[in-house]
Design a protein around this ligand. Sequence first.
Ligand code: MF3
Ligand code: CO
Ligand code: CO
Length: 279
Amino acid sequence: MSITIKDEAGIEGMRVAGRLASELLDYLTPFVKPGVTTNQIDKLAHDYMVQVQGTIPATLGYQPPGYGPYPKSLCSSVNHQVCHGIPNDKPLKKGDIVNLDVTGIKDGWHGDSSRMFLVGEVSIAAKRLCQVTYEAMWQGIMRVKPGVRLGDIGFAIQTFTEKQGFTVVREFCGHGIGVKFHEDPQVLHYGRPGTLEELKPGMTFTIEPMINIGRRDIKDGPEKDGWSIVTRDHSLSAQWEHTVLVTETGYEVLTLSAGSPPIPAFVTQSNPAQLSVNA
Ligand code: MF3
Ligand code: CO
Ligand code: CO
């Protein structure tokens, strides 16, 4: 395993790419309403990236080993879709929950972030799943600092999530990110304290837990498009994603912007000194 350490120029490049990914999600937010199709959102995202931000949509044509080229400029995962949903012509409807996951490349650096969106009024259970998943991501982020191990991060996310009665998807994880979209290390959202890689200043990686209301098991989506993943029991699934930098004393969240949802109180109260944001 070889984990890249970013120097000052790399960190600055990652800050810019990260902020742009978050600003793209800000831009898309008002469009996520009943009646809009995920293809329409994909086109809005594509045009904003290419024409306004001058970023390259990293997902478009992305083809990891064993996959066909991904055909769109973002991923849209609705309700029981876990991840990698491909935008289509089906309108969103009141009560849906949808994850929009965007990755832009700026000056060679990748910024990767996703949020959950509530389409009109949604059920109490769906809302709670989205909130708990957001907090689970932050439970992982707030522990990032030199000397901590990836197993500590996974353990924090898993124990928090399971205490709320939800389950952590095991098959997909966060990842190192930089000049490459997916670099070492793998950032598991479950684990055991004191295990796996030790964090060092200059590492950049994502934390992006996928959390299910029901069982944790997943399967390929019925579209058989080679990408879309759904919960095996068809229960709702949620995901949030930030790109983070390990600093000398803690962490910096790179994918923040004016429209980012408020950081949970348990983060700001417990580690305020570690919270360095660039919004
Ligand atoms: N953005 C996703 C992630 O968080 C990866 C999507 S790859 C795609 O890692 F090809 F499906 F777009
Ligand atoms: Co992503
Ligand atoms: Co990612």
